[in-house]
Design a protein around this ligand. Structure first.
Ligand SMILES: [Zn+2]
Length: 91
């Protein structure tokens, strides 16, 4: 059995911290996400829709893309994400 290093609350707190750097920019939505697998943070993501001109560059998508690259896998078994705001339809 895999030993959990952090609680879900701690992972969510990390996602909230990631989103915090975007609060002072009114064009950006303050979203952050982390992907957790087997008790470890595999990747992190922040909303980059504006700077990339990419409507799919949501925080959770950026984090999943980074996790897939890190794990060299197209499917991720376990993840946690946090949107400290109101999510859109894509989320
Ligand atoms: Zn989203």
């Amino acid at each position: 059995m895999v030993r959990r290093l952090w609680s879900d609350r701690q992972y969510l707190r990390l996602a909230v911290e990631l989103s915090g750097g975007y609060r002072n920019d009114e064009r950006r939505c303050p979203f952050g996400a982390v992907v957790v697998a087997h008790g470890s943070v595999i990747s992190r993501g922040v909303n980059q829709v504006v700077e990339l001109n990419d409507p799919t560059a949501h925080a959770e998508i950026m984090a999943l893309r980074a996790a897939a690259t890190e794990l060299q896998a197209y499917a991720i078994d376990s993840s946690a994400q946090c949107h400290p705001g109101e999510s859109g339809q894509q989320c």
